[in-house]
Write a protein that binds this ligand. Structure first.
Ligand SMILES: *Cc1c(COP(=O)(O)O)cnc(C)c1O
Length: 345
């Protein structure tokens, strides 16, 4: 029998664990439009406490979570500073402009995913009728395109100090926030304490079928609820989603270390292959970027897929993401497939 391909395109391909399916089946439900879904309430309290914020609200997607947060922080015609190599700038269909009338000022990301503090300082506008008002700085942690590198608490603290001193909010797109915390071996609060508001996704490495969550101060969340309603993101018996997310909070965070070890294992296997270039010889979290020199990435991706490994072309690189459902034996098998594609015995 032919084996299914090893799917390393993204950690979004993860399927819910048996414990999640059971929790979803048994979840106590109510109408969350009336604030009556006890499972949603339990999740939101659990998450707010875990990240050290007053409150949290469940959203259908990470993209909507980011949009809810920005609509809460910024009025029309305001400006946000963000990295040009980030999801919010590249892959959210221009939502902040299209829906919110918010003006993005994309700044270059350094190879480690940071934006230089000098550049941020220089781009926060002075009050002047000619200028849009700078309302927020957005960071992405881990930063996908830099190769899943986590931004350190020290860096986050320095951006926060700069932002606060100029009356600008710091918002974190933490789609893979727990990969950052586990990768840095710090409590997640060492990261989240340095932002005014944040979101993270349950539907990536945490393996839930659906869902993200926005967290912040009580005043921020009170307004975010209105924005979520306006965008159509208020759900009814959403406890069915929240139940899986509760299991994720309890059981799927510490195991991210396994994904990070598997990413390192994969990188080690790729490192010695002739003609293969890695963005980072030892990845910090669950993302590996690589490419075959002198070969088009789309062509390489097709060859790998035909041989049984799925990867995702992203610009000049191929991305492989390790995740729940892919164990070290499959990584070893993937490396064998890579070797055969590059004719290395
Ligand atoms: C996946 C992702 C999002 C968007 O999440 P969706 O649930 O796919 O809408 C936002 N930011 C980053 C960094 C992501 O990786």
């Amino acid at each position: 029998m032919e084996r299914p391909p090893i799917d390393l395109r993204s950690d979004t391909v993860t399927l819910p664990s048996p414990a999640m399916r059971k929790a979803m089946y048994e979840a106590e439900l109510g109408d969350d439009g009336y604030g009556e879904d006890k499972t949603v309430a339990r999740l939101q309290e659990m998450v707010a406490e875990r990240v050290g914020k007053d409150a949290a609200i469940l959203t259908p997607s990470g993209c909507m979570a980011n949009l809810i947060a920005l609509l809460t922080l910024c009025e029309r015609g305001c400006e946000v500073l963000l990295g040009r190599d980030t999801d919010m700038y590249l892959w959210e269909a221009g939502a902040m402009s299209a829906v919110g009338g918010i003006y993005p000022n994309p700044l270059p990301n350094e190879p480690d995913g940071t934006i230089s503090l000098e550049l941020l300082k220089a781009n926060i506008r002075q009050p002047d009728v000619h200028f849009p008002r700078t309302r927020a700085i957005c960071l992405e942690n881990t930063n996908n395109l830099s190769g899943g590198l986590p931004l350190t608490p020290t860096y986050m603290a320095s951006v926060h100090a700069t932002a606060s001193s100029r009356g600008v909010a710091l918002y974190l797109d933490g789609a893979r926030l727990f990969n950052a915390a586990v990768g840095l071996k710090v409590d997640v609060r060492e990261i989240t304490t340095h932002v005014d508001a944040l979101m993270f996704c349950f539907s990536k490495g945490l393996s839930c079928p659906v869902g993200s969550i926005v967290c912040g101060s009580q005043a921020f969340i009170d307004e975010a609820l209105r924005q979520r309603k306006m965008l159509g993101g208020q759900m009814r018996q959403a406890g069915i989603i929240a139940a899986a997310a509760i299991v994720a909070m309890q059981e799927m965070i510490d195991r991210l270390e396994e994904d990070h070890e598997n990413a390192r294992l994969l990188a080690e296997g790729l490192r010695d292959l002739p003609g293969i270039e890695l963005k980072h010889t030892s990845p910090s979290t669950n993302i590996v970027f690589f490419r075959a020199r002198a070969k088009d990435v789309n062509e390489t991706s097709r060859e790998l897929e035909a041989a049984g490994v799925r990867t995702l072309p992203m610009g000049e690189w191929l991305r492989a993401v390790t995740h729940y459902g892919i164990d070290s034996r499959e990584i070893v098998r993937a490396v064998k497939i890579f070797r055969s594609v590059w004719s290395v015995p």
